[in-house]
Design a protein around this ligand. Structure first.
Ligand code: 5AD
Ligand code: SF4
Length: 585
């Protein structure tokens, strides 16, 4: 799940105020979820506007930033090891600025700097709008520390040691939420400066390539006992619908075809206009209201409320340039028929749900504080499929899930119940994780991590194998049918082939989606590919299935990338379909 966000270097005009730093280069690497990817995109846009230049290698960069994830220990370990390496670099490059952004910064707080003084900037996910100021201060502090170290003599022994210590001192620039938003019951009374980060998003065509994320909700109120997110991202906050719709429209105008709405529990989205607060002409995001679950329609729906179903319908109507609208992640409880009907009634809303079950055992679900039973979860899937699974009109519903194995006290019987759920749920794919105890969570404090690692590993592998079988079965249902594919670029196989010297390919990168390079520029592809070997393109169905097809002779990849085209499926693999572009498309 970890991803690396390495933005291409792009020249920007310098801001005079920041003129001294106009040529500073920034390397930003992202770990974790889509929310982090979006945060990184927004931060990069903000830094570029201030005259920084984003580069795609840490070596040589003036500023190295890690946007971090704390959901599992593994993701944190990667960052610790990156920071360990930077320590050596800082001895010879005392001006280097190192920053830790995101969930690890918020979770570890200043302890992180005490353990790793190489870190100059700590910025929690709720404070990212303050990053430019922190970086500016850090640059100046590093310059002062470097000057101090230089003055500490150039001899060997004691003075060398003192100099190294000064060089390794942190610039100590910290912005953390520290649980403030969760403590304050009156967030509506405070200006939400973070909203400005989303509002100032750059949406020019070169910033996007067909797909984009749009945040609708920040934070989470669920407190599943294993999860750090409510602590790192704070309380659930909903953005005003006008801001979201406006962002979608601007993205559509810039050529974005597919928008994925983001939130930890998207179906909790609700904005009560009667309670809206405006500060400085900007409507403020609103704290999520808690309510007992189990409803079939948003219980607070009225003329002055925008529910999640209303939001979907409004984006569909008001931003018709968005040809595919999807959302992640859904919470299995509180998912009303109103939302399912909105999906059914609006053709550009994708029939795709990512709805984690986490376990198939009611005993474990209760210990996880998930707030639903297996029966309720399955009832939801049945209800969703009854309304939305319509392969006969070319509109199947696909569902993806998340599972945690080895949660404290999980027995073989609990695990078997999860395997049974996997068989019944028929996910198109499922992310399966080994339980990772996270300090600060209820499970960490109250429950023993008593499932041995080899048992977690075995359960993980067995479930992955089972899911492969299920995925193959669900994929096979598409063979013979024609699906609409949003073409994203040339396939990875093709990229590798392009990089082989025998093909003469240079692997030039021309296409990107969400900051990810997709492959060689189409023009280059066609020049470099022998006529006998057609170029392979890849894309996604409305249900998020990956589809590969060959570029027909005489067609140009550039004409197809970024478009939605019909592809007839001829072969299925567990996670991918292969087909042929329908003639005349
Ligand atoms: N250990 C393992 N997996 C976890 N997840 C969240 N917290 C943990 C944890 N402590 C998984 C859940 C969630 C996904 C994003 O990460 O399955 O849905
Ligand atoms: Fe974590 Fe549960 Fe919130 Fe998801 S719903 S972010 S698992 S606390």
């Amino acid at each position: 799940m970890d991803s690396t966000h390495q933005l291409e270097a792009r020249g920007t005009g310098g801001d005079l105020k920041f003129g001294r730093m106009a040529q500073r280069t920034v390397y930003l690497e992202t770990f974790g979820c889509q929310m982090n990817e979006l945060d990184s995109e927004l931060v990069s846009g903000q830094l570029r506007a201030l005259g920084y230049r984003m580069v795609n290698r840490a070596e040589g960069a003036d500023v190295v930033l890690y946007n971090t994830c704390s959901v599992r220990e593994h993701a944190e370990q990667k960052v610790w090891s990156r920071l360990g390496e930077l320590k050596f670099r800082k001895l010879s490059e005392p001006n280097l600025v190192v920053g830790v952004l995101g969930c690890m910064a918020e979770r570890d707080g200043e302890d992180l700097i005490r353990r790793m003084p190489v870190v100059d900037v700590l910025c929690g996910p709720g404070e990212l709008d303050k990053l430019p100021m922190l970086l500016d201060n850090a640059v100046r502090t590093r310059e002062a520390l470097a000057a101090e170290a230089a003055e500490e003599g150039d001899g060997a022994g004691e003075s060398e040691h003192t100099r190294a210590r000064t060089r390794l001192r942190s610039a100590g620039q910290v912005a953390l939420q520290g649980g403030a938003s969760r403590r304050s019951g009156t967030l509506a009374a405070a200006q939400d400066t973070l909203e400005m980060l989303d509002l100032s998003r750059a949406v020019s065509p070169e910033d996007h390539s067909g797909s984009a994320y749009v945040r609708i909700t920040r934070g989470c109120n669920k407190f599943c006992t294993y999860c750090v997110v409510p602590f790192t991202r704070g309380a659930e906050i909903h953005r005003p619908p006008e801001h979201i719709i406006d962002e979608c429209k601007r993205l559509a105008d810039a050529g974005v075809v597919e928008v994925t709405l983001l939130g930890q529990t998207v179906n909790h989205y609700r904005f009560e206009h009667g309670a809206a607060v405006t500060i400085g002409g900007v409507v403020q995001p609103q704290k999520g209201r808690s309510y007992r679950g189990g409803h079939r329609r948003d219980p607070f729906k009225n003329e002055t409320t925008t529910t999640f179903a209303d939001l979907l319908a409004r984006i569909h109507e008001e931003a018709p340039g968005i040809k595919r609208l999807r959302f992640v992640t859904s919470y299995p409880r509180d998912f009303g028929d109103d939302v399912l009907e909105a999906i059914r009634d609006h053709p550009r809303i994708c029939r795709y749900l990512h709805v984690p079950a986490q376990s198939g055992s009611n005993r474990i679900l209760k210990m996880m504080n998930r707030g639903y039973t297996v029966e309720e979860y399955m009832e939801f899937l049945d209800r969703a499929r009854a309304l939305l699974h319509q392969p006969e009109i070319g509109r199947p519903l696909t569902v993806a899930g998340d599972i945690i194995v080895g949660f404290p006290t999980e027995t073989e019987e609990d695990y078997e119940a999860t395997a049974a759920l996997l068989r019944r749920a028929r996910y198109k794919n499922c992310f399966i994780f080994k339980y990772s105890p996270r300090p600060g969570t209820v499970a960490f404090d109250k429950l023993p991590d008593d499932v041995p690692d080899e048992v977690k590993r075995r359960r993980n592998n067995e479930l992955l194998a089972l899911q492969q079988e299920v995925s193959l079965q669900t994929s096979r249902e598409y063979v013979g049918s024609t699906v609409d594919v949003f073409v994203q670029g040339i396939s990875r196989r093709e990229q590798k082939r392009q990089q082989r010297p025998a093909c003469g390919g240079g692997g030039g990168v021309g296409l990107t989606i969400n900051g990810r390079a997709l492959g060689a520029a189409p023009a280059a592809v066609e020049e470099q590919t022998p006529a006998a070997e057609p170029v392979q393109l890849s894309g996604r169905t409305d249900g998020d299935l990956i589809v590969f097809f060959d570029l027909p002779a005489g067609r140009s990849a550039a004409d197809l990338v970024g478009r939605i085209v019909p592809v007839k499926i001829r072969e299925a693999q567990p996670l991918a379909l292969h087909g042929d572009l329908v003639a005349g498309a």
